[in-house]
Design a protein around this ligand. Sequence first.
Ligand SMILES: *[C@@H]1O[C@H](CO)[C@@H](O)[C@H](O)[C@H]1NC(C)=O
Ligand SMILES: *[C@@H]1O[C@H](CO)[C@@H](O)[C@H](O)[C@H]1NC(C)=O
Ligand SMILES: *[C@@H]1O[C@H](CO)[C@@H](O)[C@H](O)[C@H]1NC(C)=O
Ligand SMILES: *[C@@H]1O[C@H](CO)[C@@H](O)[C@H](O)[C@H]1NC(C)=O
Ligand SMILES: *[C@@H]1O[C@H](CO)[C@@H](O)[C@H](O)[C@H]1NC(C)=O
Ligand SMILES: *[C@@H]1O[C@H](CO)[C@@H](O)[C@H](O)[C@H]1NC(C)=O
Length: 390
Amino acid sequence: MFPSIPTLVTAATVLASSALASPTPIPIASSQVLSLVRRDNWTPPAGLNVTYQSEYNASLPSTMIFATGGTIAGRGSSSTASGVYQAGSIGVGALVDAVPELLNVSNIYGVQIANVGSPSINSTIQLNMAQYANKVLCAEDSIFDSLVITHGTDTLEETAFFMDLTVNCRKPVIIVGAMRPATALSADGPANLYAAVKTGVFPDSKDRGALIVMNDRIGSAFYTQKTHVNYLDTFKAPEPGYLGGLFNNEPFYYYGPATPKYKNTFDVTNVTSLPKVDIVYGHQETDPRIFESIVKYGDVKGIVLASPNGGVGVDSAITDTISSGIPIVRHVRINVGMIAPSETPRNGSVISSGLINNQKSRIQLQLALATGADPRAVFEDALREELYGN
Ligand SMILES: *[C@@H]1O[C@H](CO)[C@@H](O)[C@H](O)[C@H]1NC(C)=O
Ligand SMILES: *[C@@H]1O[C@H](CO)[C@@H](O)[C@H](O)[C@H]1NC(C)=O
Ligand SMILES: *[C@@H]1O[C@H](CO)[C@@H](O)[C@H](O)[C@H]1NC(C)=O
Ligand SMILES: *[C@@H]1O[C@H](CO)[C@@H](O)[C@H](O)[C@H]1NC(C)=O
Ligand SMILES: *[C@@H]1O[C@H](CO)[C@@H](O)[C@H](O)[C@H]1NC(C)=O
Ligand SMILES: *[C@@H]1O[C@H](CO)[C@@H](O)[C@H](O)[C@H]1NC(C)=O
């Protein structure tokens, strides 16, 4: 059986979702078909600072790289310093220069969006990238076959999920990083970058949403998450699995094009900032004052509860928070598995995360709030339909 929603939900009086009712998210089945133009006289959109451009070859596809920093751009004091190093030290040009094989695969354009460790990536940078991605990749006259984003691995899955929900024109957005800095023995960044560019221009990569490509595996950005702090085989989608991989540096897929059934898309064209959403980590004896202090400051617009199992030990704290009207999305701190919606939609502020983990639930709640979508519908409706047929 699926975990049920605690009874305290029915006692809630404040209806956060009714205040936010409609518009519903944009349907995922985009009919937008983009023409591809092979030309080198491309003019970047205003404000996009292209600092790297390979010598143009009209018979090759074209890839835009947005570089944000992270371990893939990290520099250690020696080749054995694989765990202690300065992330975000190397620019996009140097990343490409380290892999000259790329230039036989694709024309490469590079933009240094940021050069920071992934904990410093924030919603301003994510919005910036999504808005430029839509202009560069999804424009009617786009010259680009794919967008590759280089990123630190710690929050890579959050940016990947953000891009998956906000850039939807059938072309692949590939998010890639490295576990070892560029200066380390057997640095994995160059091979991962090569695999990312190859996967991006591979015709069968279309219509799969954003993809995480690391360690010769191709995973859906919707489900893939980091599962180990240190080792190269860290990105996994424990239940759904990988979509494909690379053999001999050539991509292949296990499945035909596929979209996650519970995916929502959001148009962030006119969004200038995202509301603040915090994650609370639940445990035995969770202190209700955590909720009180979050609500007290008034700038938090939503909470994700990484609950031990869905509310144990924090019920009264949740009840108090509900009375402030802030939507609370519940997932489990194990970070894998389903928190199922109730059979019929409930009123109140507590929303079930479904199959999306804690950090991705936070991103989706931010996007729902920023675009005026009903958070409960966004999180629960598709899964409720699947489970109960209503
Ligand atoms: C573009 O980026 C380069 C390299 O980071 C920098 O030197 C230059 O000032 C930037 N130009 C603009 C217009 O921001
Ligand atoms: C352009 O790319 C094609 C296809 O890979 C290759 O055969 C050709 O040699 C390249 N041209 C130049 C000038 O590098
Ligand atoms: C690029 O392709 C050409 C022609 O096949 C080959 O001679 C060259 O070694 C390749 N360069 C790299 C860096 O792989
Ligand atoms: C995100 O980081 C950038 C660069 O450090 C900063 O300019 C921006 O204000 C930050 N945005 C938020 C929402 O903190
Ligand atoms: C964004 O703003 C423009 C200009 O006001 C408007 O035409 C467009 O419909 C808006 N798009 C969305 C998704 O709100
Ligand atoms: C939820 O609120 C709506 C609108 O106020 C009402 O029609 C519906 O009966 C309520 N549902 C439950 C389960 O309380």
